[in-house]
Ligand binder design. Sequence first.
Ligand code: NDP
Length: 286
Amino acid sequence: MFSSIISLDLVEFAHLLSFAYSDVLVALNIVGITIMTRRREQKIMKEEQVALVTGGSRGIGRAIAVELSSVGYELIITYKSDDVSAEETLDIIRSQGGMGEKVKFDVTDSTKATRRMDEILARHKNIRVLVNNAGITADGLFMTMREEDWDRVIQTTLKGFYNVTKPVIKRMARDHRGSVVSISSVSALVGNRGQSNYAAAKAGLIAASRSLASEVARFGIRVNVVAPGLIDTGMIKGAPLQKIKDIIPMARIGKPEEVAKVVRFLCSDDASYITGQVISVNGGML
Ligand code: NDP
């Protein structure tokens, strides 16, 4: 017991010295300590920290993937069909020195999603971050809304959350660490004319996340939600922007990067005591 404490202290000591005095390393090498410290460093550096972002091909998902890559995560971006945009996201990640891969599947398709997630988890042991970002709108007044539009919006958000989060959370629970962030919307909090399907889906995402947060806190996993207001992506193409700006206190549309930075914070150790929360990024709406 006593000798193991001493050897641990020596390794720690040598490890600290190794950063400051390379010539001391030579001396320590004589007693074999350098080898031990180098091995330990290699172990630390080798450990991949993987972040998975659904809907990472475009818009907010792309900005989140790029932001997480900038702080050292290896990225897995998933998407439904837009190969070109997905590749563009990877190009940006690689151009800033990061690593990433793209995986194409529809998050609503349980069979395919399970297969793809199994493959991802087999390849990557250390998934530390999951961002449930994939989402769609199919706006229309409730009284005339087609069942298909109700279903696909709910399915993309909620079935997608189930299909992707379930396998990842099991892995995170095994590792006793991880952070899940899901992208909801201001519509979930205030309601929005013509968006009953979208508001229901995004409110469901908040409720599911809060419940999950309380289930997995004991495993060292944090689960939070970001609720953006109007953000400049393809999703808001055609929206009456001037009219909308009038109801935003900051009188402007948000940028995807402004959402991404909040997601990055929630995934970091700086947010180590935050779980089960909804953070709005909406220029002061509400
Ligand atoms: P975009 O339309 O720009 O991007 C949507 C992304 O989701 C794409 O990567 C798309 O893949 C992917 N996706 C859509 N459906 C599926 C599916 N069934 N399976 C897998 N991937 C899918 O949207 P935003 O970037 O604007 O939105 C991102 C998230 O933020 C969404 O959840 C949205 O609801 C939410 N949000 C957006 C706001 C905004 O103003 N933009 C405001 C509040 C919330 P592909 O490229 O292959 O089509």
